[in-house]
Design a protein around this ligand. Structure first.
Ligand code: PMP
Length: 454
């Protein structure tokens, strides 16, 4: 497990304390804002995840543009977190900002469609190969909607997810396998409504016999997967895994939902377009709005027709799928501009090149000091983990976790003006990320490795 790969805990603690001192000295303005925030917000932050950053208090941001932001203390940062993908398009991309601002000034939310809607839906259809789209405010809500639709049209009770998946705050997905292979709730599942074994089947990633057995029960309405795991480190699919999953779904009448919220990093149409996958439904979110809340879910013509035929007009506003501001005019203006002018095919080429440079830089430091960690790239996203070989499933990835070590590396980076995603060791490239930005990380990462292994 993780600590096994870095055993000098005394050295780690000492290095951590030294970085804490550096952080405290350099961030008085953020400290002041945090203390003000503590009066009316738990942990001084507007959403509790923001308390998970390494260090005694979070960085407060003043301005963000492209791949950089400046904090309240005036420090410039290279942002490799990019709002955990919310800003994969770069911060404040000009085309998105223009379209969003214009729409905001012309009316944001009327619960009526605007002309951007059909354009956004067409752009998504062209990229992901399914023709029928609906909009939400988050990827979470897009997943929730599809889960409801899948149960509605199949009449089956369960959703199948992958062990150690993440699909947003979706009740069904807070399930994992215990040591005996039973479905149990995952650690930290807050106020669970019912035991997840009632709603959910769970199988390990890349495990086809387990998937086959779970689908053979005919209890599963839909398989909900990321095409590669990205939320427990990156875990790539075995060759042929996706084709076999599709075949198992076809054979058992199970719907296949592919959540491309993070794997969009693979290219303009995510892994679906890159690898020729054939889902019944697709979820995207986070960065597609160019910075404003936006989620979208696409369906095949057959799935969309089955859903629509099953719904009474009289009930659709209170039927469990919707949201008053979902599909609002600003989200759709943001999606239209971001997909057509920012996250373009050309932009992806540069993003993926930058990410390859980042991966090479990390690998070089690991090689130089014989560090038994690995780095995996998925297009514009890459991640290192504290194990010598790429993980084959979520459990292997989870077992390599080492929270202390991770916090240290992230604080070390932060003190050198580099932001890494707090939940794992992931870096993401935007269209605005430059080779110099990547180089800043390469230099700092080598320094961190020296501090631990040198
Ligand atoms: N799906 C995937 C694959 C994700 O990684 C996430 C967020 N990390 C979500 C859905 C949910 O996104 P949001 O929190 O923006 O709803």
């Amino acid at each position: 497990t993780g600590p096994g790969y870095y055993s000098d805990r005394a050295r780690l603690r000492e290095a951590w304390e030294a970085e804490l001192d550096v952080y405290r000295a350099a961030r008085p303005a953020s400290e002041r804002l945090w203390r003000e925030g503590l009066v009316h917000m738990p942990d001084g932050v507007p959403m509790l995840w923001m308390a998970k950053w390494p260090g005694p208090w979070p960085v407060f941001v003043e301005r963000a543009a492209g791949a950089h932001f400046r904090c309240a203390d005036g420090i410039d940062h290279v942002d490799l977190c990019l709002g955990d993908t919310g800003a994969m398009c770069g911060h404040a991309p000009a085309a998105s900002v223009a379209a969003i601002s214009e729409r905001l000034a012309a009316g944001a939310t009327m619960m009526l469609p605007t002309r951007d809607a059909a354009v956004a839906a067409e752009l998504l259809s062209d990229r992901f190969g399914v023709p029928s789209w609906q909009f939400a405010l988050s990827a979470t809500d897009a997943n929730r909607a599809l889960i409801r639709y899948a149960r509605q049209v199949t009449g089956r009770p369960k959703i199948l997810v992958i062990d150690h998946c993440y699909h947003g705050t979706v009740d069904e997905a807070y399930a994992t396998l215990d040591a005996d292979g039973a479905v149990v709730e995952r650690r930290g599942n807050i106020g669970a409504p019912v035991p997840p074994s009632l709603t959910t089947a769970v199988v390990p990633f890349n495990d086809l016999p387990a998937m086959e057995a779970a689908l053979a029960t005919l209890e599963v309405a839909a398989v909900l997967i990321e095409p590669a795991l990205t939320n427990i480190g990156i875990v790539l699919p075995d060759p042929g895994w996706h084709a076999a999953v599709r075949e198992l779904c076809d054979r058992t009448g199970t719907l296949l939902i592919i959540d491309e919220t993070h794997t969009l990093s693979a290219g303009p149409g995510g892994m679906i377009a890159r690898d020729g996958l054939r889902p019944d439904a697709v979820v995207v979110g986070k960065s597609i709005g160019g910075g404003v809340p936006a989620g979208a879910y696409g369906m095949t013509a057959a799935f969309a027709a089955a859903v629509r035929d099953s719904l009474e007009l009289e009930d659709i506003d209170v039927g469990g799928v919707g949201g008053t501001l979902a599909g609002n005019a600003v989200s759709l203006a943001g999606i239209r501009a971001t997909l057509s002018e920012v996250l373009t095919a050309e932009a992806f080429t540069g993003m993926i090149d930058r990410c390859t440079e980042w991966t090479v830089g990390v690998q070089a430091a690991l090689d130089e000091f014989d560090v038994p960690w690995q780095v995996t790239q998925l297009g514009a996203r890459a991640e290192y983990s504290f194990r010598p070989t790429p993980p084959h499933d979520g459990r292997e990835a989870a077992e390599a976790d080492d929270f202390e070590l991770q916090q240290y590396l992230h604080l070390h980076a932060l003190n050198r003006g580099i932001l890494i995603t707090p939940f794992h060791n992931m870096a993401l490239m935007s269209p605005a990320t430059t080779a110099a930005d990547v180089e800043r990380h390469t230099v700092a990462f080598r320094e961190a490795v020296v501090s631990l292994f040198g």
